[in-house]
Write a protein that binds this ligand. Sequence first.
Ligand SMILES: [Zn+2]
Length: 171
Amino acid sequence: MIDQEKEQNSKYEFLKFIADGMLGSLARKLRIYGFDVLYNAEILDENILAIAKNDNRIILTSDRALHEKAILNNLKSVLLSEDNDEDRMVNIFKRVGVRPELNPINSRCPLCNGNIEEVDKDNVKNIPESVLKKHDHFYSCVVCGKIYWVGSHWLRLKKFSEKIIQRLRQA
Ligand SMILES: [Zn+2]
């Protein structure tokens, strides 16, 4: 089952993004979906353009001037004029033609964009006893080491993603 799910998601691996400095919460959500999203709140427009070009990344921006510069330079860019992440994600997924589902095994670390792997519960440290009792599956970022589990935050995001899928089906 897990292999199958991984396979299904691997078709999105060609989709790599770089988000402008205003889109932090959007970047974190896309990473949880499993998309490779570079984000740095301090990044300069020139650097976004250079990285998008060198690394073949799609620019996500709410800045029309940056978007137009990207298009002039033959880069891929999605202009996001929406004021919330749900609308932004519907727009992005429509543009790139995907209907991604949330699956913890495919997630990337929302904090650092690192890959996530499942870890043995016995080796998980510094997690409250109540969480350890309630959950059997834990995931660790291979880059920063942060531990994740399918808690209330995940369940909220799952609802959020179901709304997005519904809107994409209607579109
Ligand atoms: Zn991390």
